[in-house]
Design a protein around this ligand. Structure first.
Ligand SMILES: [Zn+2]
Ligand SMILES: [Zn+2]
Length: 821
């Protein structure tokens, strides 16, 4: 056995060394084409390069790296890819801020280049963190969705879905961010509570001296008012239905219509329908066949339909309209109101609803399929399934997939400039940017024109990242891609079920009529040090490098594993990481001790030496631990696995067994060589088992100890390539465990008495009398007599089967003892 190991544990140096070595020796490379072992494929989410791999990412990546390592040791050929989801608004907003420009101020090529540079910088930072965390990623698979090779796949998926009828172009109301100047999907709208005001505006009836009072939070929408509505059975207003009413400011009349969507208890019970104030307007316009007045420009200014308010922002127009209403004596009153408003996910600007020509994916047609397939997926934890189903069922609109931006995959479409015919790229033309290339046809098949107009829009970034299950598998080039599809595991955060898990599901169902993943592993959110949502402004924010530099990856991964049940939110707590670090030191010191005591031990020695009861006891507990940890990891219950391993190592192995066999190891002349060998063999076996069970969670320290103590004997290149232990049921004996527990309890009671009397632990006891309280227990204690007297330094030991009496006794489990010093 190699000797010696460093005295102090320098975990940071150990981690760096193994991270480099693993990559150099390619231990985590997936072997495509090797089908003798079963495949386990992980659909690693390609993160959006924000530049920061935050503690939520640490939690997420730790979870599925544990699974990857566990499955690898279980004999699977594990496929663990890593890519980067580059495109999208986030980077564009960032570039606009950094260069103090708007997207249209610079040529698109230049803007795109800036975006790419920003992405590269951020990828480097995040990749560093994933490596630093010790993830067993196969870096040979690394990809970027902004590369043309990836566009090609996104464009191919567009073409195939288009041909299957899942993609269409339409003029529909869409969520619109006036700052980003683009359509956005429902999933990109966040809802916030804000305090607003409810204004009661008088609308004069045309044939009457009277007026109706209408409550609205958005009086600036008056120019876009297309009808006034009341509930059909609201007695107050039934006589008005069908009448015309004047829209103040707009100088038009509209009809008063009945609509069941009107809430008679809100405001005055009369509402104006505008195009568009919110989604209810959209529904009512559609139901009643009302006209649409587009009143806003794409950058959120009032257009010429707004008359004198044209060119104002919505806020400016609101003030101006209210002033004018006041002057006309048409503003009845104003009340405060708590309202929920939708804001852009990327820039927090309130979202408007605009009508614009867009590309859509027919997602709602797939809702039943999504829900059916959600049932066929194993969810960890199970209740997360409902989140996907609820989201899919709640969607009002199809997914708008076009974006009026620069940094995205180009939509592979042209239009005939004469007849408007849509020309879809052929598979052999891609990757293609229609803005730079003509379609590869001579003329329009319909009208013969030779002039074409490119589609200027790009695709939503989720169109790139929602096909990863197929792309990772090798679709379409690798003819064997179906062997890796559906992915065995899709891991994701609770906050992105509505995007990641959902979009993957609809896209793959549309393309392949098959669910994309067999199981879905969900992590909760990481809360701040004070238990509130982690946020830089609350000063409860902790960055990943801070944590990794202080305690290293192995301890941080223990925090992630043990922080709470899978799927629940877990707070970041420094003491939890420190506890993980202390555990590593304990394990390090224990293995140094074992290593030193095994100097004269011949490994590979399979004969059972004179096993004592405590040897049998810990061996049985080791098998039980193996069983519990294996079951927990099979069910993605990382916290249970972690706690079991730590409790066993700390209490059963270090504080219990090692202390109890020291005397046997040091003094073979008293007990015999065979009993020493039994302890050595037991230590050798148990420590190796602990290392193996811990390896998926804390991969570095386990590798370090394995390489120093076991690699030569066991022959695996890395502990992470060793085979997961199977439970040896013949060693699992409940009765032995109970007997051993009793002996260990006696030892710890005696040690506790010495501590209470402030005696050193090695104080000699001249006579120890144990009153066992029964014959069975006396027989058990006799079996452990040698280890008890060795550990507790007892000269003479007497075991009395009856109940103890007298006062100088310590009862445990109705066992009493009297120690004479
Ligand atoms: Zn925005
Ligand atoms: Zn044409």
């Amino acid at each position: 056995m190699k000797q010696p190991k460093a005295k102090r544990l320098d975990i940071l140096a150990i981690e760096e060394k193994w991270q480099k070595r693993w990559e150099d020796t390619a231990v985590y490379r997936f072997n495509r084409g090797e089908w003798t072992r079963p495949i386990y494929s992980i659909d690693t989410p390609p993160p959006y390069p924000s530049g920061e791999f935050h503690m939520g990412n640490v939690l997420n990546w730790t979870y599925f790296d544990i699974v990857a390592r566990f499955k690898r040791m279980r004999g699977y050929n594990v496929f663990f890819p890593q890519g980067w989801d580059c495109h999208g608004l986030g980077i564009e907003v960032e570039v606009e801020r950094a260069h103090k420009v708007r997207k249209r101020d610079v040529p698109p090529e230049k803007f795109r280049r800036w975006c790419e540079q920003t992405v590269e910088k951020y990828i480097a930072m995040m990749k560093g963190s994933i490596i630093r965390l010790g993830c067993s990623v196969d870096w040979a698979t690394e990809y970027r969705t902004m590369d043309p090779e990836y566009w090609k796949l996104t464009q191919l998926s567009f073409i195939l879905s288009y041909r299957k009828g899942f993609i269409y172009q339409g003029t529909h109301p869409v969520n619109w961010c006036p700052r980003c100047e683009t359509a956005i999907a429902d999933a990109e709208v966040n809802y916030e509570q804000r305090e607003g005001a409810l204004h009661y505006v008088r609308f004069p009836l045309e044939d009457d001296e009277e007026y109706l009072s209408i409550a609205t939070t958005r009086p600036e929408l008056l120019p876009a008012c297309v009808a006034v509505a009341v509930h059909p059975v609201d007695n107050r207003y039934q006589k008005c239905v069908g009448q015309k009413i004047h829209v103040p400011i707009a100088n038009r009349t509209v009809e008063i219509i009945p609509d069941e969507m009107v809430d008679p208890s809100f405001g005055s019970g009369v509402v104006m329908i505008c195009t568009y104030g919110d989604k209810a307007d959209v529904k009512m316009v559609l139901r009643n066949g009302l006209p649409v007045i587009m009143w806003l420009t794409e950058n959120g200014k009032i257009n010429d339909k707004g008359g004198k308010y044209a060119a104002m922002s919505t806020d400016e127009a609101k003030k101006a309209v209210l002033n004018d209403l006041e002057a006309l004596d048409l503003l009845e009153k104003t009340e405060k109101l708590q309202q929920e408003i939708g804001v852009c996910d990327r820039c927090d600007t309130p979202v408007e609803i605009l009508q614009r020509k867009q590309w859509f994916m027919r997602t709602r047609a797939l809702t039943d399929e999504v829900n059916r397939n959600a049932d066929r997926v194993d969810w960890y934890p199970e209740y997360m399934k409902k989140r996907l189903i609820d989201w899919a069922s709640s969607l009002d609109w199809d997914w708008v997939i076009s974006r009026q931006r620069v940094f995205g995959t180009p939509i592979p479409i042209w239009y005939c400039n004469r007849c408007g015919e849509v020309i879809l790229a052929e598979e052999s033309w891609i990757p293609v940017d229609p803005k730079l290339e003509r379609p590869k046809i001579e003329k329009c098949a319909k009208c013969g024109s030779t002039q074409f107009i490119p589609e200027p829009d790009v695709l939503d970034t989720w169109m790139d990242s929602s096909i990863t299950c197929a792309v990772h598998a090798g679709w379409p080039e690798h003819e064997d891609w179906r062997r890796l599809f559906p992915a065995d595991l899709h891991p994701s955060g609770i906050d992105i079920i509505r995007t990641w898990a959902y979009y993957l599901m609809v896209r793959h169902l549309a393309l392949f009529d098959e669910k994309p993943y067999k199981s879905c592993l969900i992590n909760g959110m990481v809360l701040g040090t004070d238990g509130r949502k982690m946020s830089k402004s609350l000063k409860n924010y902790v960055t990943t490098p801070e944590v990794l530099e202080k305690y290293g990856a192995d301890a941080s991964r223990q925090w992630a594993a043990a922080g709470g049940a899978t799927g629940s939110d877990i707070p970041f707590r420094w003491p939890d990481v420190e506890y993980g670090w202390r555990f590593l030191i304990k394990l390090w010191n224990a293995s140094r001790f074992v290593n030193a005591r095994l100097k004269d031990y011949t490994s590979g020695d399979n004969t059972d030496h004179a096993h004592q009861i405590l040897d049998e006891w810990i061996l049985s507990k080791t098998e039980r631990l193996t069983q519990t940890v294996t079951e927990a990891l099979d069910e993605c219950q990382f916290n249970i696995a972690m706690e079991e391993i730590r409790n066993f190592t700390w209490h059963i192995l270090c504080d219990g067994y090692i202390e109890a066999v020291k005397d046997r190891l040091y003094n073979p002349q008293l007990y015999g060589e065979e009993k020493k060998k039994a302890a050595q063999q037991t230590l050798y076996t148990v420590l190796y088992r602990v290392l193996q069970l811990l390896a998926p969670i804390s991969p570095h320290i386990t590798e370090e100890i394995y390489q120093a103590m076991y690699a030569e004997d066991k022959g695996f290149e890395s502990i992470h390539l060793s085979s997961w232990p199977t439970v040896d049921k013949s060693r699992l004996i409940g009765e032995i465990e109970q007997q051993g527990d009793l002996i260990m309890a006696v030892i710890s009671e005696i040690r506790r008495e010495k501590a209470e009397k402030r005696l050193p632990l090695n104080t000699q006891i001249s006579k120890l009398t144990i009153y066992s309280g029964g014959k069975g227990k006396a027989e058990t204690i006799i079996k452990g007599k040698e280890d008890i007297s060795g550990t507790c330094k007892v000269d003479e030991i007497e075991i009395v089967p009856r109940q103890g009496d007298g006062t100088e006794v310590k009862p445990y489990n109705d066992i009493c003892f009297v120690a004479e010093y």
